[in-house]
Structures are given as C-alpha cells and as structure tokens.
Design a protein around this ligand. Structure first.
Ligand code: ZN
Length: 264
C-alpha cells in the first residue's frame, strides 16, 4: 500500500460519541480528495468554514466502530447527524489529521491584538508536532468562576458550568459569523451562550451573557480556549503595545509540500 490509495488512517478522538453508555473514540479517515474540494466549494459552505468541515468529515470518515460500519463506497457521505453530534474538539482533531498529511504541513493563523485602540495583528505558523494533545476526562467538571458575576433572577451568580460545543452549534456559530463578520462581540455572545450549561445551577439566556462584564467575558472565553481537549490550539502572546494577542489556531488552513512519488 502506498501514498494516495491508502484509505484508513486510524485515529483516536479526544472526546468520542456516547451510545448506550459506551463512548466510542476510534475512527478511520481518508485523506482529502477532489470530491471533497468540490463538496466544500458548494454555495452552502460559502463563508461558513464549519459547514465545509462537516461535509469534509462526512466524506472522509470511512468507519466509526460502534457508530458506523465501514462504508461500501469511500465517496459516500455518512449521515449528517453523526458529524453534527460530534463535539468541536473531535471535529477539529479529524480536520488536523486529514489535512496534515505531510510532515512539514503548517497552518497559518492571523490574530488581532485585543486592545481596541490597536490595529496590529500577528500571524502564526504551526506544525502538528508543536501541538499538545489532551484527552477529555468526563469525570472532571468543566467549571469557571466569574470574577464580577452576573445577576440571574435577582441573584448574583458566579459559577459557570461549561460544556463542549457540538458540530451543530459550531455550524450555527459559523452562520452567525458569516452575518456578523465584523462584529466579534456578537459571535462571542453566541459562543458563550452555547458553551455555558448553567450559572450557579440556573439556566441562562443570551441577555445573561450580554449583561456580563466585558472582563468576565474575555476571561471566560480565554479559559474555554485554553482548556479545550484534543490538540491545544490556544495562542497567547503579548502585542508590542502591551495588549494581549489571544486566539485559536485555524485548523482548516493546514497544508504542506507534496513529496514527489518516484516512478521508474
Ligand atoms: Zn496591540
């Protein structure tokens, strides 16, 4: 077996899908092919990278033992609900594996300085081997304590119970991002709304997120980015103005140099 025709990269997901009390984490991926480029260029995926990721995953996943039998035809799309149920870290892990086929494959990510008065942005180049990988531990609660707190039903609340985003939520975030490309706080509100299960046990609304202090929102968003399982995609640098440069590596950008296959 060589190069192009290998369909069967077995990988371990950091989170996995639960079915009847069992968590399934192993799946088999194909590399990206022309059929994927066509699928991802459809108008539905335009300006929504998460929709493009979904269609790539539906084609590239060949087998997901416990969840899905090996596909008879490698180009067949798996049911959409599987990739919409997968968590964001699992999806990101698959995308990294599919796209970083070459050892020198890097992804470039440009992140602006958080300081509102600063126009600087920084570009980072990352190789897969630089990324730490953490498995998700379902027994460790994901919690964050707000510094300023927020009022819910007249009570001051502080402890946020967090959850991992599903593929469906990341697609919805992609749609919100498409419409509000220049309004990052709106995207942040939606992101936090999906990521917070409850605060001090109380259910939340988007208005609760809007009423948080800007500092709490930034601290919480940073905590979530820092503590997401799977490949550690978090970037934190200081800008020359003294401001923070904080963001997440764009996994969809991975590309590398093709090694020529020798033919004699
Ligand atoms: Zn700056």
């Amino acid at each position: 077996m060589s190069g192009n025709h290998v369909i069967g990269m077995e990988i371990n997901l950091p989170v996995g899908i639960e079915k009847d009390g069992v968590i399934y984490k192993k799946l088999t991926l194909d590399r990206k092919r022309g059929v994927d480029d066509e699928n991802m260029s459809s108008s539905e995926c335009e300006n929504n990278g998460q929709k493009a990721s979904s269609i790539l995953l539906r084609r590239a996943i060949q087998e997901f033992p416990g969840i899905l039998e090996r596909k008879p035809n490698p180009n067949q799309l798996i049911p959409e609900d599987i990739v919409l149920e997968m968590t964001e870290p699992d999806r990101a892990t698959c995308i990294v594996e599919i796209l970083s086929q070459y050892p020198d494959a890097v992804t470039t990510t440009t992140i602006p300085c958080q300081q509102q008065t600063c126009d600087l942005s920084y570009t980072f180049s990352t190789n897969k081997k630089d990324l730490e990988f953490t498995e998700f531990d379902p027994d460790v609660p994901m919690q964050f304590e707000l510094n300023d707190g927020v009022i819910i039903n007249g009570t001051e609340c502080f402890i946020c119970e967090l959850r991992l985003l599903t593929g469906l939520q990341t697609e919805e975030l992609g749609e919100i991002g498409k419409i509000n490309a220049k309004n990052l706080p709106i995207i942040q509100t939606a992101n936090l709304f999906y990521a917070i299960k409850s605060i001090d046990g109380l259910p939340i609304t988007k208005d609760v997120i809007r009423n948080m202090t800007s500092d709490d929102r930034i601290d919480l968003s940073t905590y979530i980015m820092k503590n997401t399982p799977g490949y550690n995609l978090f970037i934190e640098e200081k800008c020359s103005c003294g401001g923070e440069v904080i963001g997440v590596i764009d996994v969809a950008n991975f590309s590398g140099t093709r090694r020529k296959t020798k033919k004699k």
